[in-house]
Ligand binder design. Structure first.
Ligand SMILES: [Zn+2]
Length: 142
């Protein structure tokens, strides 16, 4: 394989991996169901917040607003756009810390709106994942 073929192969792998990563950033209902995600944002230019019926029915009205505001917090902080830029420019970069920080930023948006306790109780009702329980604890502290 010559130098130019190597470059073309490398570029093709890069683009394929970037496209795959972009598809991961763009949430769809099917992916949310597979991952067991109860609430999420779809779309970039005209984003839409989706709360699954199971989640909606399990929560009180105020808890539902808190969950909705958490998703709105992701929009407010432009997390999807940021993740998309990273998926395109640095497709091989993985950061658990970024995911954690974005969740806490979205929670902070809810706390500032005064619905921290409602989000904490929603998290406890919906999840037994250690990270979600930690988020609930942080929200309780105010
Ligand atoms: Zn979130």
């Amino acid at each position: 394989m010559g130098f130019s073929e190597a470059i073309i192969t490398l570029a093709a792998v890069w683009i394929a991996w970037a496209v795959f990563n972009i598809s991961l950033v763009l949430m769809t209902e099917r992916r949310a169901k597979l991952a067991g995600v109860g609430a999420y944002v779809v779309g970039i230019w005209r984003p839409r917040i989706v709360v699954m019926p199971e989640v909606r029915d399990a929560l009180s009205a105020r808890e539902n607003i808190a969950v909705w505001m958490h998703e709105y917090g992701h929009l407010h902080h432009r997390h999807i756009q940021k993740n998309l830029v990273i998926a395109i420019l640095l497709p091989f970069y993985r950061s658990r810390a970024r995911v954690t920080r974005q969740e806490l930023e979205a929670d902070g948006y809810v706390r500032e709106a005064g619905l921290g306790p409602e989000l904490a109780s929603a998290l406890r009702k919906l999840s037994s994942h250690p990270f979600d329980l930690l988020r609930a604890q942080l929200l309780d502290r105010g």
